[in-house]
Design a protein around this ligand. Sequence first.
Ligand SMILES: [Zn+2]
Length: 47
Amino acid sequence: MAVKNTETGEIHVGNKGGETGCGLDTSASHWKRSTEAITCDRNGCKN
Ligand SMILES: [Zn+2]
């Protein structure tokens, strides 16, 4: 599962409408579901 922040282009672990692996709220409209590889390197997204 992955979500993309369309403002930064970063791909995080997580689902739209929840939280990313690194703790960001994905309910805002600039978060979209994604099938791309994770690019976020913060704890929780990068293992
Ligand atoms: Zn992240």
